[in-house]
Design a binder for this molecule. Structure first.
Ligand SMILES: [Mg+2]
Length: 298
């Protein structure tokens, strides 16, 4: 039976490709390339889970292909298993140096190759899971604060480089302590989860929403001006007002949130601290002046 893993086989010798295809085709979706450039093009299109890569090829050898993949943020995590007739120590060392995960020499035993392929795929699954766990808030499945800090640096760099707008929304559930005290923590959790689902549903593809603290959230909005972020925040405010949480057959809970909006001054700010501070001040103002409001600070 096939699983949904994609494997790219790269070898300039057709007969080798055929052998590997026969071995793997039953279990995996296999793509093939007879040269390095074609391999890179295919990777761009299909993002394989694993690449079996021949070292000796004309024009661009396997090392070169591997280096290019490792230098690209989009492809650097794809595992590469070198398959080659080279058995000297230098070649093996170089295979690891350029970023290969493992190495198998031709002629290989089919069962060994399958076992190694399987192991690489399992390792990659594990890595992905770890990465997900490390970056995600378990309750809401939004990004956690730690990951937000990491990715926001990249987004700020990009905004600076491309001279694009960048804005921030900070929001906080109103009277959250009251909700917990009145209805219990389970309902409090439901409120946080429902609000998070609303953020996920409403966010544009490039927006980064994170759970910043207990009942506090931050959204980073690339290519968005202060005015644009105000509109997004106003819409979110209305959407959150519409959320209904069933407490009992006769009782529903509704709640609101307050919002602070700021823009990032990309010409002079090297990190998000100042804009987070402004958003936080604006959020404070929204709370102080009655809650369920959107305020901004310039
Ligand atoms: Mg070859």
């Amino acid at each position: 039976m096939k699983n949904n893993k994609k494997i790219l086989v790269v070898d300039d010798t057709e007969v080798n490709i055929e052998i590997l295809l026969n071995l793997l085709d039953e279990t995996y979706d296999v793509f093939v390339a007879l040269d390095g450039q074609t391999a890179l093009d295919i990777v761009d299109e299909c993002t394989p889970d694993l690449i079996l890569l021949d070292i000796t090829m004309p024009d661009m050898d396997g090392y070169e292909v591997c280096k290019k993949l490792k230098a690209n943020k989009k492809t650097k995590d794809i595992h590469i298993l070198f398959i080659t007739a080279k058995t000297d120590e230098d070649s093996i060392e170089k295979a690891y140096d350029v970023g290969g995960s493992d190495y198998i020499t031709k002629p290989f035993r089919p069962k060994e190759l399958l076992a190694r392929v399987n192991r690489e795929l399992q390792l990659q699954d594990l890595k992905r899971e770890l990465k997900f766990l490390a970056s995600t808030d378990p309750m809401t499945k939004l990004y956690n604060r730690r990951y937000f800090g990491k990715i926001s640096d990249h987004i700020l760099d990009l905004a600076i480089r491309e001279k694009k707008d960048l804005a921030l929304i900070m929001l906080d559930i109103d009277k959250f302590k009251n909700i917990n005290d009145t209805y219990g923590h389970q309902i409090g959790d439901d409120v946080i989860i429902e609000l998070s689902n609303k953020l996920k549903e409403q966010q544009r593809k490039s927006d980064i929403a994170c759970r910043y603290g207990g009942e506090e959230f931050v959204i980073l909005l690339p290519e968005t001006s202060l005015d644009g972020a105000m509109i997004v925040a106003q819409k979110l405010k209305r959407e959150i007002e519409q959320i209904n949480i069933k407490i009992s057959s006769s009782q529903n809970l509704q709640f609101t949130a307050s919002f602070g909006v700021s823009e990032v001054y990309i010409e002079k700010e090297k990190n998000l601290e100042p804009s987070l501070k402004r958003a936080d001040n604006a959020l404070y103002e929204a709370k102080e002046s009655g809650r369920n409001k959107v305020c901004f600070e310039i």
